[in-house]
Design a protein around this ligand. Structure first.
Ligand code: FAD
Length: 271
């Protein structure tokens, strides 16, 4: 067990920081990928792109706590999360038994800095996700202010196999929501798979994010270039992908957003 995992395990009942919420639905996309919804703690605030800390109790009464990006829209009455069950993961071992009506701890505060308000300028928002790194973008894309703030919204979701391309019906329906459409932005969805050759449409690419960035396929498929002046990039998921993508963006003259220094990209490593 890593130190990180140890530090996440705290004694049951010792935390004044969480509320107890009720799971209202559980939906499996594949055997190991699921979304679930739970009641929203009274007064719970988050900015799309932020994450919650969730806790489940082991048989011996310990709470195992992990970070999970909120996928729900900011105005929803429930909270939704999109997650993976990983082999031998302490939280995954508890999560796989989760059913509607079960209880889950939600820390009272939301966390994280992968939010669109980090960008002081720019016209196009590029969202690059691997696997469950899609989660924060589901929330961000349901926020009407994002559709007003940016002219183009490009979402890239890279997974191994097509069956892991979760949330496609919701994503495809977003431009039909009046509250989003009136913002005026154009949404471009680019699914990418690395292991199968199935195709879900003309924009479906078959390579890693770093490959399609380097060989130009991403920009030609999106129909616009990534530039320092116009593009703002959010990157979420696998830390190796994030490091490699960050290096590519650096080579193109882009810089991370810092507190006092506006930049062109923000990132969130999931492990
Ligand atoms: C800020 C933040 C936000 C996060 N948001 C999400 C989210 O929205 N959805 C989600 O599924 N996970 C998310 N995670 C990861 C999550 O907190 C857990 O680590 C993960 O769900 C597994 O927990 P575990 O206790 O079962 O295994 P852990 O012991 O925590 O992890 C074991 C190993 O599993 C792998 N792993 C962990 N998370 C993932 C993942 N998401 N995809 C692929 N492999 C992984 C890594 O190799 C890791 O070392 C987030 C992590 C951080 C730091």
């Amino acid at each position: 067990m890593t130190n990180d995992v140890k530090s996440n395990i705290i004694s049951a009942g010792n935390s004044p920081k969480h509320t107890t919420e009720t799971v209202t639905s559980v939906h499996y996309w594949t055997k190991t990928l699921l979304s679930f919804r739970c009641t929203r703690p009274p007064g719970y605030q988050f900015t799309p792109g932020q994450f919650a800390r969730l806790g489940l109790v082991t048989e011996s009464g310990e709470i195992v706590s992990r970070a999970y990006s909120v996928t729900s829209a900011p105005n929803e009455t429930e909270l939704e999360f999109f997650l993976i069950l990983v082999p031998n993961g302490p939280f995954s071992a508890l999560m796989c038994n989760l059913r509607s009506g079960d209880q889950i701890f939600v820390e009272k505060f939301s966390y994280g800095f992968m939010t669109t308000d980090r960008f002081v300028d720019g016209e196009d928002l590029w969202m690059l996700a691997t696997g469950t790194g899609l989660g924060p973008f589901i929330s961000i894309l349901q926020d009407p202010s994002v559709w007003k703030r940016f002219r183009n919204l490009v979402l890239v979701h890279c997974v191994r196999n097509t069956e892991e391309l979760a949330y496609q019906p919701l994503l495809q329906s977003l431009p039909q929501r009046p509250a989003l459409a009136e913002g005026g932005a154009q949404l471009v969805l680019i699914p990418a798979t690395t292991r199968d050759t199935d195709t879900t449409g003309p924009r479906h690419l078959h390579a890693r994010i770093t490959t399609i960035l380097e060989n130009g396929a991403l920009e030609s498929t999106a129909g616009r270039p990534i530039t320092v002046d116009s593009s703002r990039v959010m990157i979420c998921g696998n830390p190796d992908m994030i490091t490699a993508t960050r290096n590519i963006l650096y080579q193109r003259g882009m810089r991370p957003c810092r507190k006092a220094v506006p930049g062109q990209f923000v990132t969130e490593d999931y492990w």
